[in-house]
Design a protein around this ligand. Structure first.
Ligand code: GAP
Length: 478
């Protein structure tokens, strides 16, 4: 992971937010290559969703009426239990604090809390399972846990509920009547606009509304680079269906969403489904399956597919006192639709694609030796730069011929001109940022107007007429 974070910074994918001031925890900035790749990713998702005839787009505002979050259940339920260390003031989420204890520490705690029962040798699974059982009762377990920061034991406060929504104020007065929240998910903007979109687009159920946008959560423990941040982007689609057809649509969207990741080059073995156990479902969900990616630090959710039933629309009806029922022309009946949600993190998926693309492999040097090349095998549709253009040497008209190719391609694709250093080094620089094609103008170009095109992953080269490059790249990148 460290190597990827370091490459991301060095090559301009991701920087720490406000780095010159020491950074702001849980916030990241996308550099020149990062923003290109993130935009490509969002564009692929947007095309996938809204180029369909049954999905419309939306861009709702981040700040919404505060009652939205009461209706959605976020004011009441969007909380994490949290403790502070009285000694060093470090703050922890209780579940993470207990989860991350080593097996040895878990065994020590079990020994202390259940004297006589854990003295001999036990299997790791037994210790983990027993600890899991007792960790539900945080008040009992916490006095036996040492603070990971200062090492003191018995210094934790009682667990308190901590709401993850960021609060701010509209207008000039900072009192409770002016309080609003930064949205913790984009979904609610879709629910409150359900009938607006339906009426404006004349869609009939089943149909969906898709949205990409920022979401904010005051996560207690931000960690693992872009995985858990306080500001992030979501790509969410709510698909409105008739109750009774929801299970079928749930399966349909699960399949579609997995295919999307696979078609953009994700390694199949690094993706899996995780179904939420019934007792751990979010307050709105009837069923929930996560697509998980195997990051270097373990499996982590990148997208959730949820059956949200009619919970959200019914709650908004109740709180706003405005009807959100759909009128079905065929049956001449009114009903509140069920919702199948696909909720992907743009930032988290970006990180998964970056991690999945990172490879170190042996490659031949120009002198006949072998060297390690770092290559990002990013899908060409996601790659920030599509083609790099090199004159083999800086004379004999090669730079001019390369510039002419650049002028021809630049209106269509993001290309990069590079004339500095040996061509082998230029290839390596492009490999490291995932550029799928490198075009080299050499002495033969002046004779027959052909250039070499080198493909990033296979490193194979072919000769192509420079006049055919537009067509060549259009085919490869479409
Ligand atoms: N509307 C449903 C919803 O928001 P979620 O499982 O809380 O569901 C959906 O979030 C996706 O948003 C996750 O799969 C993840 O990719 C992304 N996400 C959630 N919290 C995040 C965070 N703190 N940092 C980065 N991405 C996050």
């Amino acid at each position: 992971m460290d190597k990827i974070v370091s490459l991301a910074k060095r090559r301009g994918f991701v920087f720490q937010s406000s780095e010159i001031y020491g950074g702001l925890n849980g916030c990241w900035d996308y550099g020149p290559l990062g923003v290109e790749m993130l935009n490509n990713l969002k564009q692929q998702w947007w095309r996938e969703m809204t180029f369909r005839s049954d999905v419309e787009g939306l861009d709702a505002s981040i700040l919404m009426h505060p009652r939205v979050w009461e209706a959605s259940g976020h004011v009441e339920n969007f909380t994490d239990p949290m403790v502070d260390c009285r000694q060093c003031k470090a703050r922890y989420r209780v579940d993470t604090l207990l989860d991350e204890l080593s097996l040895k520490k878990k065994k020590d705690i079990l020994r202390e809390l259940r004297p006589g029962k854990f003295e001999g040798q036990q299997k790791d699974e037994v210790i983990a399972a027993e600890f899991e059982k007792i960790s539900g009762d945080a008040a009992k377990v916490l006095p036996a846990v040492s603070c990971p920061n200062c090492g003191n034991k018995g210094t934790f406060t009682e667990a308190r509920k901590f709401n993850l929504m960021f609060k701010t104020f509209v207008g000039s007065v900072e009192d409770s009547s002016a309080a609003v929240f930064l949205r913790p998910e984009t979904a609610q903007g879709i629910f409150v606009n359900f009938l607006n979109v339906q009426a404006a687009s004349r869609q009939k159920i089943p149909f969906g509304i898709a949205q990409i946008g920022k979401a904010f959560r005051n996560e207690i423990n931000t960690k693992n680079f872009l995985f858990r941040t306080r500001e992030f982007e979501q790509m969410e689609m709510q698909f409105f269906v008739k109750a009774g057809t929801d299970d079928e649509w749930f399966e349909y969207w699960r399949e579609q969403r997995m295919l999307w990741f696979l078609n953009l080059g994700m390694t199949k073995e690094k993706l899996r489904w995780h179904q939420h156990p019934k007792d751990k479902l979010a307050h709105y969900a009837k069923d929930a399956h996560d697509i998980e990616y195997e990051f270097p630090f373990g499996w982590g959710e990148i997208e959730g597919v949820h059956n949200r039933t009619d919970y959200d629309l019914s709650r908004h009806q109740e709180f706003s006192k405005k009807g959100l029922e759909y009128f079905d022309e065929e049956s001449k009946s009114k009903f509140v639709p069920y919702v199948i949600e696909t909720s992907a993190g743009a930032s988290r998926s970006f990180m998964a694609f970056l991690v999945n693309a990172y490879h170190e492999e042996e490659a031949p040097t120009g002198e006949g030796g072998v060297e390690t090349r770092v290559v990002l095998k990013i899908h060409p549709k996601l790659a920030p730069i599509k083609a790099a253009l090199f004159p083999l040497v800086n004379r004999d008209g090669m730079p001019e011929a390369t510039r002419a190719i650049e002028a021809d391609l630049r209106p269509l694709f993001r290309v990069f001109y590079d004339e500095s250093g040996a061509v082998g080094r230029r290839y390596r620089r492009q490999d490291e940022i995932g550029t799928p094609y490198c075009v080299t103008v050499d002495s033969q170009t002046a004779q027959d107007q052909t250039v070499t095109v080198r493909e990033r992953d296979s490193m194979k080269q072919e000769r192509i007429s420079s006049q055919k490059l537009r067509e060549y790249f259009s085919n490869k990148l479409s």
